[in-house]
Design a binder for this molecule. Structure first.
Ligand code: ATP
Ligand code: MG
Length: 340
């Protein structure tokens, strides 16, 4: 478990103070992929750099596993950092070294013997899918391949935690997906905890278990990805969800004007219930007509979720029974928006 208590970082620039991380508390479970999302300047990079003390905290306490990171001497910190890998947006590779030599670098620093180094480098090259490119230089690789080198290097010393600072922000969508797949694969195979920061909600949607939304150095909202997508509370969170889902209620007022008969309801689908079976079931079971007016269903790590706005037309009692049925007999949440 990673526990962060009362963590603050204040930068002093000339006469000014900038509070990049502001009295932040957070707990991250072992083995989870935890996302931190926020706009530029929110303090994400500072937060992640505090975790391995690339940045020294102004105050607060960080514990990773049994170890209180914030209490370690410089020497002990150097050893502790072998348990914390990190990857970066711009890869931070050594340009005069080959793929193999880049990956071997942290092993050299850790004092691993030549033979062991060679063995480990080969394993890592295999793991990240770079076989055949061992002797290439970073300048001869694509962005996705460079990030694979970055990931292999970060994993060299078998860390328990992997920190990812905008690891896919410099990559095109397809390459982003392949790197995200690799992170999930590593998370599952090695059981390591991944903390990932990003300003892209689709990255969170695709691979994270939980997410925290950061604004002005604070976490303003956090929870299971599915819950946050379904019921974003803060304005900033709603904006991030809109990145993926569009503005769900954008046309709601118009829908209410245009559809004055029957019952207008919003259906929230969560997890495995997110399919069309419900619509066909109620159409068969009840003497009603269902019009799908608007909505979007998408996939997250924990299953599909989304909302549909539908109009249910029919005899009043039948419509009432239909809504009762959905509420009582399914896991779909119903919200009545208007009824004639
Ligand atoms: N070394 C530094 N000295 C002074 N101020 C800093 C320093 N590093 C970061 N800051 C300030 O701290 C705040 C948070 O910066 P940080 O880099 O953590 O944001 P971020 O969320 O990672 O943004 P981005 O999405 O643009 O990477 C910003 O106001 C930034 O200007
Ligand atoms: Mg940053």
């Amino acid at each position: 478990m990673i526990s962060i208590e009362g963590l603050s970082k204040i930068f002093r620039l000339n006469q000014k103070q900038i509070t990049a991380v502001d009295n932040l508390d957070l707990t991250i479970q072992d083995g989870e992929i935890f996302g931190v999302i926020g706009y530029s300047g929110a303090g994400k990079s500072t937060l992640i750099r505090l975790l391995n003390r690339l940045e020294e905290p102004t105050s607060g306490k960080i514990t990773i596993g049994e170890q209180e990171i914030t209490a370690l001497s410089k020497d002990k910190l150097r050893v502790a950092r072998q348990n914390i890998g990190m990857i970066f947006q711009h890869f931070n590779l050594l340009w005069s070294r080959t793929v193999s030599e880049n990956i071997a670098f942290p092993l050299e620093i850790a004092g691993v013997s030549v033979e062991e180094r060679e063995k480990r480098v080969n394993e890592l090259i295999d793991l990240v899918g770079l076989s055949g490119r061992e002797n290439a230089y970073p300048s001869q690789l694509s962005g996705g391949q460079k990030q694979r080198v970055g990931i292999a290097r970060a994993l060299a010393n078998n860390p328990k935690v992997l920190l990812c600072d905008e690891a896919t922000s410099a990559l095109d969508p397809e390459t982003t997906n392949s790197i995200l797949d690799l992170l999930v694969d590593i998370n599952e195979r090695l059981g390591l905890t991944i903390i990932l920061i990003t300003h892209e909600m689709h990255v969170i949607r695709k691979i994270c278990n939980r997410v925290a939304v950061m604004e002005n150095g604070k976490i303003v909202e956090k929870g299971e990805v599915l819950d946050v997508f379904l019921k974003p509370k803060q304005p900033v969170t709603k904006k991030f969800v809109e990145q993926v889902m569009g503005n769900q209620d954008g046309d709601l007022e118009q829908l209410l004007v245009d559809h004055t008969t029957g019952e207008l309801v919003r259906l929230h689908f969560v997890g495995e219930s997110a399919n069309q079976a419900l619509i066909s079931n109620i159409s068969k079971e009840f003497n009603i007509e269902v019009n799908i007016l608007q909505g979007k269903i998408t996939q997250t790590k924990l299953g599909a979720y989304g909302t549909l706005i539908v109009q249910i037309n029919g005899e009043q009692n039948e419509v009432k029974n239909t809504i009762h049925f959905i509420k009582e007999k399914t896991s779909v949440e119903v919200e009545v928006l208007a009824h004639a």
